[in-house]
Design a protein around this ligand. Structure first.
Ligand code: 2AM
Ligand code: CA
Ligand code: CA
Ligand code: CA
Length: 280
């Protein structure tokens, strides 16, 4: 499948959905709880996903769809040889509801477990991050790279999610993470994984780690990081898989390695990755 053709459909789908989001920002938005307190969904999330799915299926009726809100599922699993469209209609829904900023639309196309196209779009800042396999990553059309000279943790800005607090306890990582917090230049937490990975890709942040992300949270962002010259795997160094929840570690190469050195030994002691999957 021609990457340019996939990218054109992906772009049109995200652009159209983002226009809708911007229109809805001026109206009241009702948020509903999915599971816990921090797990919200709005009518906008569902509509955006539906708009993207409709566009994709109009162009490619037999392609696979994996969307967070599950607005479309097939009776039978699509063949693994056809492209899979991975959709996070709004990443950072809690920010969307409370702040009306710091959220993005995320769309990726994968085939055989490999990312082909990834788009992360921030409609309020009008920042369009895009990557294609083997062709690099761009922000609003200009090439981006992970931060050059991001060599030392002491000078690194590292971003994480809060999910690690529970996870860290389970794997005895709490002290490590506290120590890491003291060692790095700063820690950030934006509450939107796709946005955070895009920021690693363009050098605004140097490293990212989180337990328990779903495929739609990282699909586009991971490709951005890779194509921008960064590294991205599970916390214990395995390739990311779109099947189920996983830990994610990403960064400029030296920072990625330093973070892994911090986090991995404790996980390896405890068979962490496998247990984490079962528990989430
Ligand atoms: P979401 O906004 O699309 O749900 C911080 O909350 C980040 O983790 C966001 O990218 C959020 O994606 C994601 N996330 C994954 N699982 C979550 C959960 N159970 N509750 C809240 N956010 C979750
Ligand atoms: Ca969600
Ligand atoms: Ca998400
Ligand atoms: Ca979402």
């Amino acid at each position: 499948m021609d990457l340019a053709v996939l990218a054109t459909v992906a772009r049109d789908a995200v652009r159209e959905a983002a226009d809708y989001v911007r229109r809805r920002l001026h109206e009241p938005i009702e948020a509903m709880r999915k599971s816990e307190r921090g797990d919200l969904v709005t009518e906008v999330d569902r509509t955006v996903e539906r708009m993207i799915v409709e566009r994709v299926l109009r162009a490619f009726p037999d392609h696979g769809i994996l969307g967070e809100e599950g607005v479309f599922t097939r009776a039978e699993a699509p063949s693994p040889d056809v492209p899979l469209w991975v959709i996070d209609p709004i990443d950072g829904t809690t920010n969307f509801v409370h702040q009306r900023i710091n959220f993005v639309l995320s769309l990726a196309v994968y085939q055989g477990g490999e990312g082909l196209v990834g788009i992360v779009y921030d409609p309020l800042r009008d920042e369009w991050f895009e990557a294609r396999r083997g062709e690099g990553a761009t922000l609003n059309g200009r090439p981006i790279r992970v931060r050059p000279n991001a060599d030392r943790l002491e000078e690194a800005l590292v971003v994480t999610s809060l999910f690690w607090s529970r996870y860290a306890e389970r794997f005895g990582l709490t002290d490590k993470i506290r120590e890491l917090g003291r060692r790095v230049r700063g820690m950030r937490l934006y509450g939107a994984a796709a946005l955070e990975l895009a920021y690693v890709a363009c050098g605004r942040l140097d490293g990212y780690f989180s337990p328990s992300l779903s495929p739609w949270d990282f699909a586009a962002g991971a490709l951005l990081v890779k194509e921008a010259g960064g590294m991205v795997t599970t916390v214990d160094g395995k390739p990311l898989s779109l099947e189920g929840r996983t830990t994610v570690l990403a960064g400029a190469p030296a920072i990625y390695r330093a973070l892994r050195g911090y986090l991995e030994p404790s996980l390896a002691d405890k068979g962490g990755e496998r247990n984490a999957r079962q528990d989430s």
